[in-house]
Design a protein. Structure first.
Length: 228
């Protein structure tokens, strides 16, 4: 198997990321990864685990798309990892029942309630029977209780200002659908999936693609493994 020194490349794997990659079985040969990880390191790891495996990794971030394409090419993995500039909330150009595993870490809370339902329906359509989806979403926590938040009851998106590393408010605003165990479970069940496990914990998240800028506090996340 090809050896790659991830630390030398600057990769920092988070606990939930290691767990998600660890859940993939040897028989999972076609994997869909919407919302590419930093430089595609998670997707590269998945490809290296099994030389028969194919990965489709997508993002709407043009910079991230270019960087990931470049690094997979440098590592001679372009024939195994297809990097695409694609919006997960749009109808997906994949056949019914084609993927063995979907790795959806820290992507679904970017979607409104309506987009999330459409996306999960598409996940269900493109997944093989018995296929599994690994999901990590942000949980509603301290950022949802900061000043000046705006809540859209129709989309369930919360718009809030980010804090810097000294816990000072910055002008930068983001919009997320921050979940509770019930909200994400209900969306999952509505799409037809069964929940194998659900758990919540705190994890260090980062503000930037290269994971150089940590969020000023640990973030609560909800992790699920679901199956068709
Ligand atoms: C928190 S990051 C990284 C997620 C990655 N799976 C990981 O575990 O590190 C979220 C990524 O999803 C991308 N993204 C956000 N909204 C998206 C959408 N609608 N479709 C595809 N990618 C999206 C962002 O550009 C970013 O690259």
């Amino acid at each position: 198997m090809q050896e790659i020194d991830f630390r030398e490349l600057g990769a920092k794997f988070s606990p939930s990321e290691k767990r998600g990659i660890g859940l993939i079985k040897d028989t999972d040969l076609l994997i869909f990864c919407p919302g590419i990880s930093t430089c595609g390191f998670a997707e590269i790891k998945m490809a290296l685990q099994n030389k028969k495996r194919q990965i489709i990794a997508t993002t709407i971030d043009t910079e991230g798309f270019k960087k990931t394409k470049k690094i997979t090419k440098q590592l001679n993995l372009s024939n195994r990892i297809t990097v695409k500039n694609e919006d997960v909330a749009q109808p997906m150009p994949y056949h019914d029942k084609c993927f063995d595993f979907i790795y959806a870490r820290l992507i679904l809370h970017y979607l409104s309630k309506q987009e999330l339902d459409k996306t999960l329906k598409e996940f269900y359509r493109i997944l093989k029977p018995g296929g599994r989806v690994f999901i990590v979403v942000r949980k509603k926590d301290w950022e949802a209780n900061t000043p000046n938040i705006e809540y859209n009851a129709n989309t369930k998106m919360i718009t809030y200002q980010l804090f810097d590393s000294n816990m000072k408010l910055t002008p930068k605003k983001v919009s997320r659908y921050l979940h509770t165990n019930d909200s994400i479970s209900n969306h999952i069940k509505t799409a037809g999936f069964g929940i194998k496990y659900i758990k919540e914990y705190k994890e260090q998240l980062f503000r930037d693609y290269l994971r150089t800028s940590p969020a000023p506090k640990l973030s609560s996340v909800i992790e699920l493994l679901v199956s068709k």
